[in-house]
Ligand binder design. Structure first.
Ligand code: DGJ
Length: 711
């Protein structure tokens, strides 16, 4: 709901108020947090400091919460945008010249953003700089059901000559200063989204910036500002999640009187420059800002609900996903058609639904040094061709899925020999190869068209019902400023064309593991490979923190071999499956090498996961024990009607006398009785207030997976 009351614009979510006031033409943020009464706040001197600051002849914005500030006049903190105007200077200052409130939410040309699905309201506020001759339209969308505000901006050149934008954030928000921490997610290959926390202090600008091409292993485009000591259930938390898959930036800076923390989020300004011809507009991606007065857990559940209902557009979003076997860790490049069929037969025998053929099926690819770009089946390896193989797999009663890495090319490929200029290269410089590959230049329409056609041709040539879309390198040699954004727009163009053309195919995102786990990808692909590190114990931290923003069922989780190929750690089959249930579940190992006992155990796991799928897909997540802080990790998923519960728990290392562990559940119906698989009954109040005892066995890496049902 949005109300305009005089010069106050009041956006109301489920429990939140986002209150903007217009004062002397300035767009000021009066309040963002818990719901407050609806009044005209614009006449209030909310801060006597409106006139305080360095300017003696005009109002000072330096200590004010302008909602899309410019650097350089009466505000010398970081601004939300920067430009070189047509008069050759960088100054800008805006006045509110329009307020328009409408139902629904606008789409952003060329980029994914929240969709309305018949819900939501949007305030469109126009800021004008008559001297620089630009307008900035700010969009604010709110939904009655959630505690989020989705923001984006459009900057338009009204002058007669070019304007150069060097910075265009999606949102700026001045949060009232308290003792706060910035929580963010750093990492690298195999250890994605590690939970980090750093205090926000005056004089130190925090810049969480990724300039590696995709959204990256190194820093996820999601951060939280939380009151110091905030927990899963307590404390005020602000979340900032950018719907974008390219270079990104989230910064925080405390103003000099300690009244405000300014957070900016958007495209990274590093290496960014965008020329706006007269009449042209620049569209920023959307930043989804959430608020919780009840800790991090509630904030995560908000993102999960919003992204499931208003971001993920795949026809698979609200369906149970096929349980799969992927051949990558089972065979790597070393497979034959017979081997694949043998694997698929075992997959069928244990009860799986889908067989996925990973890298190595095309060109002459037997290692990672050639053939990317040549999306033609290798008949030496697969004499029946893709259609023949798909047919054989289908006849076994399984769906067939395929791996691609469409954005890449090897220099040793027919595609590169024919179109060397399609790879990102600059003049006579030797391009940087990573994993022996170059990136195709997605800023070129003809390259995007080629990829759309080449991938579509393969998808039409056989009964392919699942695609794993990989992207295995960082972006170097970007030829000019703004290039990364053009590439990202090309990526979205390809994704939307292919997913629209093949609406029934299930797409899974991937980028050398979880290097592009972001809301932009999620908009098209409802599940994303979380990490190439498939070790259950490493996955505790990775999955725990990935769910801080992303829905549990978007987190792709596979049971792989023991000892694990990435860590050499041995874990039980039970521990590996228990840890993988909270996600889109599958197997990635050589099933033909397993014993009858192991195959029987897997049959039981698959049957168990089928019970859980709808719950994991739609339920509310409660993180109970934090593996970053302790020797334990546990999480719980509760159905919206509180009738179905899945509890996962892990004691990482065995220490003497740590057999039993009591865990208190959350989110249950206190008056209901719940029953577990052994017929043991517990009241909801007992489970929540006293807790359930987990009888861990002797030894390291002990896990429990418990399903409870309301009687
Ligand atoms: C990286 C992915 O993360 C892996 O799962 C696998 O698909 C390889 N690429 C194949 O090259």
């Amino acid at each position: 709901m949005i109300k305009q009351n005089g010069n106050t614009i009041h956006l109301m979510g489920k429990n939140i108020s986002y209150v903007l006031t217009v004062k002397n033409g300035d767009l000021l943020n009066y309040h963002f947090g818990k719901r407050i009464a609806d009044e005209d706040y614009s006449a209030r001197d909310d801060k006597d400091t409106y006139g305080v600051g360095f300017a003696t002849n005009m109002r000072s914005l330096d200590v004010m919460a302008h909602d899309y500030p410019a650097y350089g006049r009466t505000d010398l903190r970081s601004g939300a945008y920067e430009l070189l105007n047509s008069f050759g200077n960088t100054l800008s200052e805006t006045t509110v010249t329009g307020i328009h409130i409408s139902d629904g939410c606008p789409s952003i040309p060329g980029m994914p953003s929240l969709f309305s699905a018949g819900r939501g309201m949007t305030a469109e506020i126009t800021l004008t700089d008559e001297i620089a001759r630009i307008t900035i339209k700010l969009f604010y969308t709110v939904f009655d059901e959630y505690d989020v505000i989705a923001r984006s901006a459009v900057i338009t050149n009204l002058s007669d000559s070019d304007i150069i934008l060097s910075k265009a954030y999606s949102a700026s928000l001045d949060v009232p200063y308290q003792d706060m921490d910035m929580i963010y997610f750093s990492g690298s290959w195999g250890k994605e989204r590690e939970l980090q926390k750093t205090p926000v202090r005056q004089g130190l600008r925090i810049a969480l910036e990724n300039n590696r091409g995709g959204s990256g292993h190194q820093l996820n485009p999601f951060a939280m500002l939380a009151t110091h000591g905030a927990t899963e259930e307590t404390g005020e938390v602000y979340g900032f999640s950018l719907i974008y898959s390219g270079n990104h930036s989230t910064t925080a800076e405390v103003e000099q009187f300690s009244g405000l923390i300014r957070v900016l989020q958007g495209i990274s300004p590093a290496g960014f420059n965008w020329t706006l011809a007269p009449g042209d507009s620049f569209y920023t991606p959307q930043s989804v800002i959430a608020y919780s007065a009840e800790g991090v857990g509630a904030l995560s559940r908000t993102y999960h609900d919003v992204y499931r209902s208003h971001l993920m557009r795949s026809t698979w979003t609200n369906k149970n996903r096929p349980l799969l076997l992927n051949n990558w860790e089972g065979t790597y490049f070393d497979f034959t058609e017979e081997k694949l069929i043998a694997l698929a037969e075992k997959a069928k025998e244990v009860g799986l639904d889908l067989f996925v053929l990973d890298d190595g099926w095309f060109g002459k690819r037997n290692s990672d040094n050639c053939s990317l770009g040549d999306w033609i089946v290798n008949k030496k390896k697969l004499p029946s061709g893709l259609d023949g193989l798909a047919d054989k797999i289908n006849k076994l009663g399984l769906k067939f899925g395929l791996w691609f890495e469409p954005e890449m090319v090897n220099r040793d490929s027919e595609l590169y020999r024919k179109h060397p200029d399609w790879a990102i290269t600059v003049n006579e410089r030797e391009p940087v190869e990573i994993r022996h590959q170059l990136i195709l230049d997605l800023s070129k329409d003809e390259v995007c068209e080629y990829i759309i056609d080449a991938i579509s041709a393969v998808l039409s040539s056989a009964n392919i019902e699942y695609v794993k879309w990989d992207m295995n390198r960082q972006m170097t040699d970007m030829p000019h400023p703004g290039y990364n954004h053009r590439y990202t727009l090309g990526f979205y163009k390809i994704m939307s064309a292919i997913t629209e053309r093949f609406p029934n195919i299930l797409f899974e995102g991937c980028s050398a593991g979880g290097g592009r786990f972001d809301p932009g990808v999620l908009a098209y692909m409802p599940q994303i490979w979380t990490s190439d590190n498939s070790d259950a114990i490493s996955r505790l931290k990775i999955q725990y923190s990935t769910t801080m923003c992303y829905p549990v069922y978007s987190v792709s989780t596979h049971v792989s071999a023991s000892p694990n190929h990435q860590t050499n750690r041995a874990t039980t089959l039970k521990a590996r499956a228990d840890t993988a249930y909270a996600g889109t579940f599958g197997y990635e190992l050589d099933l033909t090498a397993l014993s009858e006992d192991e195959l029987n155990e897997i049959k039981g796991q698959i049957a168990f996961d089928r019970h859980l799928q709808a719950l994991i897909r739609e339920g509310d997540l409660f993180r109970l024990e934090n593996p970053y802080e302790d020797n334990y990790c546990s999480w719980e998923i509760v159905s919206k009607d509180r009738s179905h519960v899945f509890l996962y728990a892990c004691r990482i290392l065995f220490k003497q006398h740590t057999y039993d562990r009591r865990i208190r559940l959350r989110g249950l119906d206190p008056d209901a009785t719940y029953i577990d698989a052994d017929g043991k009954k517990y009241s909801g109040s007992l489970l929540m207030h006293r807790g359930i005892d987990i009888p861990y066995p002797w030894g390291d890496f002990a896990t429990a997976a418990i399903e409870l049902k309301r009687m």
